[in-house]
Design a protein around this ligand. Structure first.
Ligand SMILES: [Mg+2]
Length: 360
């Protein structure tokens, strides 16, 4: 017997759970300004998420997906992408979006059911947030194919959750990316839960990264609670993609410290001990511990940061609450350039209904 293939999945981490370096840090992480910016972004996203959840609880927001505990995944990705790259988000990517000229206000509009939130006024190239599971990965393949055809020097990145890796679209996307050697990076935010389905019973595969092997594409795991590792690994994969080196599948290991969305109650199925343990390894605390150990984060800086984050979130909330709601008939305005006959009829019916005389 001969062995034709062996599985080896690397796992990359720079800071351990207590914020202590386990190896020499990459060059960018030797600049404290950069680390403080990563810290600022993670704490901003955490504050934003908490506020939007509380708004949902008080009837001021639609269903919302917090990224509590996974801030390093999205912030690291956002910091690694160049503005000229293309991004295809899933629904827990606010930490990327805020770095791509997408306003917090627009993210709120999206979750508030206002389609104008998907316009991304300052960003005309990235795709809007995808709610259907893993569909965005296939869209990213199409875009990456176009980038390659046009010989553009840019990479495409798309994200999904651990549950997304069980979808047909996930495998289709991987196969296309590999077959055409596309300038594409997939990042799985493995937060250990697909709503209430634990990662343990999601698949028999030992890692989610290894799903890339069948597609012939490079794949690895990164500590998704270590923002330095996420930025470094994603950055390298993006460089390789732009240089014609083909696609990469990255599995970022994190833990969802919140409900799946505000429509869920994780208290019904998450083991409290697991959750308590996960709080010990969360990403904000980890980077903070490192910065404190280097004397690079003073109580005054922390207070300043807290204040500026709060002001930024407050500003978005204020703008959101003062928006003029869209008229009901606007629900027909965003899916089609030209409305199909059946929807045209429904729109006319709604307009008729909305006339003052017909509403009693
Ligand atoms: Mg998940």
């Amino acid at each position: 017997m001969t062995t034709n293939s062996k599985i080896a999945i690397s796992f990359i981490r720079y800071l351990d759970e207590n914020g202590r370096p386990v190896s020499s840090l990459p060059d960018f992480a030797k600049k404290y300004d950069e680390l403080l910016e990563l810290y600022r972004l993670m704490t901003l996203v955490r504050k934003f998420d908490a506020k939007v959840v509380s708004m949902q609880r008080t009837g001021q927001m639609g269903t919302f997906a917090s990224s509590l505990g996974q801030e390093a995944v999205s912030v690291g990705i956002g910091r690694a992408l160049k503005q000229t790259d293309l991004f295809f988000p899933y629904y827990r990517d606010q930490g990327v979006l805020v770095q791509r000229n997408v306003k917090l206000l627009e993210v709120m509009q999206f979750w508030g059911g206002d389609e104008r939130g998907s316009h991304f006024i300052g960003n005309k190239e990235d795709f809007p947030i995808a709610i259907p599971i893993a569909t965005q990965l296939v869209h990213a393949v199409g875009a990456a194919y176009a980038v390659k055809l046009r010989k553009q020097n840019r990479a495409v990145l798309s994200t999904c959750g651990d549950g997304g890796t069980s979808e047909g679209d996930f495998y289709t996307a991987l196969n296309g990316a590999g077959t055409w050697n596309l300038p594409l990076v997939f990042v799985i935010n493995n937060n250990q839960w697909a709503i209430s389905v634990s990662r343990k019973i999601q698949t028999k595969a030992k890692t989610l990264a290894q799903k890339g092997i069948a597609a012939g594409i490079d794949c690895l795991q990164v500590d998704g609670n270590d923002v330095i590792a996420v930025k470094e690994v994603v950055g390298e994969a993006l460089d390789k993609a732009r240089d014609g080196g083909g696609p990469t599948l990255i599995e970022a290991l994190s833990y969802r410290l919140c409900d799946h969305t505000t429509a869920d109650d994780a208290g019904r199925y998450v083991d409290k001990e697991d959750l308590d343990k996960a709080w010990q390894t969360e990403p904000v605390k980890r980077l903070k511990s490192y910065l404190l150990s280097k004397g690079r984060l003073s109580p005054e800086q922390e207070q300043e940061l807290e204040k500026s984050n709060q002001a930024e979130v407050n500003q978005a909330v204020e703008e959101y609450l003062s928006l003029t709601p869209q008229p009901p008939e606007s629900i027909f305005d965003y899916q089609y350039e030209n409305l199909p006959e059946a929807l045209l009829e429904q729109k006319e019916e709604l307009e008729l209904f909305l006339q003052p005389d017909n509403r009693n």
